[in-house]
Design a binder for this molecule. Sequence first.
Ligand SMILES: NC(=O)c1ccc[n+]([C@@H]2O[C@H](COP(=O)([O-])OP(=O)(O)OC[C@H]3O[C@@H](n4cnc5c(N)ncnc54)[C@H](OP(=O)(O)O)[C@@H]3O)[C@@H](O)[C@H]2O)c1
Length: 334
Amino acid sequence: MTENRQIVVASLPQGALQATDYELRSGAVPTPGEGEVLVRTLALTIGAGQRAGLQGSASYAGAPTTGIVMGGTGVGRVEASNAAGLPVGALVVGPTGWQDYSALRARDVRPVEEDVDPALHLSLLGTNGLTAYFGLFSVGDPKPGETVLVSAASGSVGHLVGQFAKVHGCTVVGVTGSDAKCAVLTGRLGFDAAVNHRSPTFRNDLKAATAGGVDVYFDNTGGDILGAALRRMNVHGRIVCCGVVSQYDTDDPQPGPRGIPGLLVNNRVRMEGFLVFDHADRYDEARARMRAWHDAGMVESIHDEVVGLEQAPAAFVDLLAGGNIGTRIVRIAD
Ligand SMILES: NC(=O)c1ccc[n+]([C@@H]2O[C@H](COP(=O)([O-])OP(=O)(O)OC[C@H]3O[C@@H](n4cnc5c(N)ncnc54)[C@H](OP(=O)(O)O)[C@@H]3O)[C@@H](O)[C@H]2O)c1
């Protein structure tokens, strides 16, 4: 076996994340212990939520620290096995981190099907697809004919939320960060309307695009977009609090918007946070439905790809600045 290239957290970001907060190191290829497998990483996914982990605002991620391999989910091939049921050659998804090789406990990896691009197991069939599915259907509870608004709508979770809501018979409006991204949402993904949050006319544009009000707002961003969406909610509307991407890449996150709780009271709006892990007992059911939609051509999982482990830090910085459409994937090996 060869070297194990690793991307290590060299410093915790001061202000916005920099690629120089990471270092590329060469480590030893680990030896799997009893009940473990050695996994060669084929591809990784990077999502905005990982910045919350570095900020210390994601309770499930623990306290951020330096000198460790950057965490993350990857899809890979088992190259050595001390675990029953996980033979050499199996394709698995697990917490590989940003490195070529990882020794993972059998209970932490999941064997996946070979009949699709392995990256699909990191996007539609991975955590972000499940997040879109359960956030929309279990928390948002949209009815056919209702209007669903989603922010970070061209990101990994957002572009799937909008498509799932269309499959469900809803009217869908997306908020994203450029006119070109708006065109992808309406032209390629079937959204009914899209609004650019960087436009000086954003609030008026949102009002025009949601003339009948909003029944479900899927909030990936918090911040000013949440503030604007609060004022578009219909009576008995639901706000799904999925994430706060507008406040991750900073040392100085802003307080929540004005109007809470008054607007919630007046319009009897339910605002509810969730973590995808809450729904782990229904992952198989959700994956089966999402896979069926995908295979029928009803839902497209867009992959925004870069090639090479060493590109991961710059790809993360770029993503936080809005550089991605769909799920960011880093290809590492064939
Ligand atoms: N609750 C859960 O269990 C759970 C699980 C997974 C993910 N999440 C959350 O889901 C959200 C979306 O994650 P993701 O992986 O889908 O995102 P992503 O693919 O990483 O995309 C992030 C997008 O956020 C937008 N953005 C960045 N800064 C922004 C700002 N200041 N204001 C508005 N938009 C901004 C950018 O697009 P624009 O060009 O549109 O600005 C960027 O492309 C995150 O908040 C994440 O933490 C929650």
